[in-house]
Design a protein around this ligand. Structure first.
Ligand code: MV4
Length: 446
């Protein structure tokens, strides 16, 4: 096993990885910007290295500085967490070229899934259901008007280099097609330096359901069920749950098996998430994420599996510590993302936390790097804590979540805790009858 791992991240996810390492007897190296000198991940790691000034480009995205930190501390592996360099294929490649293990898939797999057209083609070839649409990139209106007429309007133009909701344009009718393509192309060129676009049937009222997979280098691939991530605002997830209120055990097993088989065919390594839109009982692949995700704890809660420890084991060439048959889904879990933002306007609210007190008791997990007196720097994203609640049933989970939110104290700044309290009072949340549009409609955004 590795003796020392460098964590190329900050905040709660850096703590999450440090905790996994400690439980495995692995030494830890934190890296940080000057703004994070007092951060919890720096305190909890065995060693720390300052990378540079606050701006992410100079610190958490500073590849030469991170490699230097790994070299001077003798770290044998780098865990990228999520965000920052976690889906940067070139970073994974450079790390590997330096004889350091990148805890994640190969740069080729990161590259493939970063190209949304290539990802969709691969999944379709491997028997995963995809959204109806063009086979590959489209360039002209003429090329796709026939296709669009066949599948019916509205259609969606998506950027090949997009993802996460960036670079999409809806064409409601044939008359909108030309403009949707040219706008999507110029936006994609400006945002990604790549104007390749493809077209899909626009699904009107889907849920966003994603399947967690884990793969080792011995050909073993398992699925760990789904997470329902439909509750989002401007492509930022707000609350995630597992299992999805919309799926039956048979549907779960069916899509899970299909996905695990495809991922095995790909020769993929490590943790991955296959994102689907789900509408009228059908799954439609949209994207694959090649990183550990923010919402991984809801899967951990219902399976009892430590996904980060498993990532480290398979990166070290070991076999997965469990088989598909070993995995059972127990109860229900919900994660609330707590952001340092005004709960109604969502304006960021960095500043110094007064009293910080987290809920506890059976079925409660708080992943956070905050503490009383912590000054939240304004340079990074606003998520300051994840509250993950587990219960025997969804009803118990919801009652426990209300109790936990009530106990949570974050003085001195605005947080989205009141938003989560409000959501718990909504009939659609209580019944699970929501889709990707519900939250923005509830907030009056559309
Ligand atoms: C779609 C769609 C409807 N039809 N594709 C947005 C993020 C990106 N990952 C894919 N997205 C969508 N793709 C088709 N063919 C609707 C969305 C979408 C969405 C998806 C998941 C979660 C939230 C969303 C919010 C708006 C739009």
């Amino acid at each position: 096993m590795f003796k020392k791992i460098l964590i190329a991240n900050r905040g709660e996810i850096a703590l999450r990885v440090i905790r996994a390492c400690k439980e495995m007897g692995i030494g830890t190296v934190a890296v940080h910007s000057t703004a994070d000198a007092d951060a919890m991940h720096v305190r909890l790691a065995d060693e720390s290295v300052c990378l540079g000034p606050p701006a992410a480009a100079d610190s958490y995205l500073n590849v030469p500085a991170i490699l230097t930190a790994a070299e001077i501390t003798g770290a044998e592996a780098i865990h990228p967490g999520y965000g920052f360099l976690s889906e940067n294929a070139r970073f994974a490649e450079i790390v590997t070229e330096h004889g350091i293990t990148f805890i994640g898939p190969t740069s080729d797999h990161i590259n493939m899934m970063g190209d949304k057209i290539a990802a969709k083609q691969a999944m379709r070839r491997l028997g995963v259901p995809v959204v109806p649409g063009s086979e590959g990139a489209v360039t002209s209106e003429g090329e796709i008007s026939g296709l669009a007429a066949e599948m019916g309007y509205p259609v969606l133009i998506k950027a090949a280099s997009g993802g996460g909701g960036r670079g999409m344009k809806v064409a409601e009718t044939a008359a909108d097609l030309g403009e949707a393509i040219s706008t999507a192309k110029s936006e994609a060129r400006a945002a990604f330096g790549d104007d390749a676009v493809y077209v899909e049937k626009y699904l009107g009222e889907p849920r966003h359901i994603e399947i967690q997979v884990m793969a080792d280098s011995h050909g073993n691939v398992v699925h760990l069920g789904e997470r329902d991530c439909s509750l989002q605002r401007r492509h930022q997830k707000v609350l995630e749950e597992a299992p999805s209120p919309a799926l039956s055990a048979d549907e779960r097993a069916e899509i899970g098996t299909r996905v695990a088989t495809a991922v095995r065919e790909l020769g993929y390594l490590g943790a991955g998430t296959i994102e689907f839109l789900y509408e009228n009982g059908e799954f439609y692949f949209i994207e694959m994420n090649t990183r550990l995700q923010v919402e991984h704890p809801v899967t951990e809660a219902i399976t009892g599996i430590d996904l980060v420890q498993e990532q480290i084991r398979v990166a070290n060439g070991e076999k997965l510590s469990f088989t598909q048959e070993d995995i059972t889904f127990e109860g229900h879990a919900i994660e609330c993302r707590i952001n340092a933002e005004h709960p109604e306007t969502f304006v960021p609210s960095p500043g110094t936390i007064g009293l910080y007190h987290t809920p506890g008791g059976l079925g409660i997990r708080v992943d956070s790097a905050c503490y009383t007196g912590y000054a939240i720097p304004p340079y990074y994203d606003s998520m300051i804590a994840k509250l993950i609640v587990h219960g025997k049933t969804r009803e118990e989970c919801l009652m426990r979540l209300r109790r936990a939110l009530d106990e949570f104290v974050v003085d001195g700044i605005s947080t989205t805790i009141p938003l989560h309290m409000d959501l718990l009072n909504q009939p659609a949340i209580q019944t699970g009858d929501y889709n990707i549009h519900w939250l923005e409609r509830h907030l009056g955004l559309k």
